[in-house]
Ligand binder design. Structure first.
Ligand code: NAP
Length: 205
């Protein structure tokens, strides 16, 4: 008897901090791509964020673990935190998919798709996994791939599966600003994540 291939979506992120839009994205990816598992992979050294302070990897790991603790279909993988040097998605996909019979997606939003030409070996990324791209309901049938992304990976559209995502203007940047100024963050992220932030005293200054 053949075992069905598992369908796994990798949601990579800086998660500084993780918030409800990350969880809504994971939920919609799971539904639209019929995933068995969404694997959250916090970046060890998100080098594209150089120039601003990023919370230590251990703190971001604790926050993402707290965020998904109640989700039976979610896992957290520490591969990028354990690896030295700048975090490259290609290296992660090479390691996770090697020898695997599972089907893999890398889940991302439009900003990440636009940034893809600056990533290491973008063409290799789509050889290793399909892309699950989050799009707003109004844009789901009107995908416009940025010119630079098309130049880097001309056949990229063939590698994309669309994920319908409500427009949620929640961002880690805004949450960090709110905490810095003593503003409310209720309902923007799980209370379990807020508790970790409070315990570690991050973002306050
Ligand atoms: P992030 O800010 O924590 O976001 C993680 C994901 O959630 C992104 O795809 C982002 O989409 C999405 N997201 C966040 N807020 C959202 C909202 N309100 N509505 C819809 N989607 C939302 O992480 P990141 O720093 O962008 O990194 C994403 C991944 O790219 C990580 O795995 C990182 O390692 C990888 N990366 C790789 C390279 C490389 O290989 N060279 C370089 C840079 C980044 P958006 O794209 O729309 O923000």
């Amino acid at each position: 008897m053949t075992v069905p291939r598992r369908r796994i979506g990798i949601l990579g992120g800086t998660f500084d901090p993780p918030h409800l839009a990350h969880l809504v994205l994971a939920t919609n990816a799971r539904h639209d791509l019929r995933l068995d598992e969404v694997m959250f992979v916090p970046a060890g050294d998100p080098y594209r964020k150089a120039g601003r302070d990023v919370a230590p990897p251990e703190a971001r790991l604790r926050m993402i673990r707290a965020a998904v603790a109640d989700l039976p279909w979610a896992t957290v993988n520490t591969i990028e935190i354990e690896r030295d040097g700048p975090t490259y998605t290609t290296d992660t996909l090479e390691a996770l998919t090697a020898g695997s019979d599972d089907e893999w997606w890398f889940i991302l939003g439009m900003d990440a798709l636009a940034d893809l030409p600056h990533w290491k070996e973008p063409g290799r990324i789509v050889e290793l996994a399909r892309l699950g791209l989050a799009l707003r309901p109004g844009l789901i049938d009107h995908l416009e791939i940025p010119a630079a992304t098309l130049e880097a990976v001309p056949d990229i559209e063939e590698h994309i599966d669309r994920i319908e995502m409500p427009l949620l203007e929640i961002s880690s940047t805004d949450i960090r600003e709110r905490i810095r100024h003593g503003g409310p963050t209720d309902y923007l992220m799980p209370d379990s994540v807020r508790a970790v932030i409070e315990e570690l005293g991050i973002y306050a200054s």
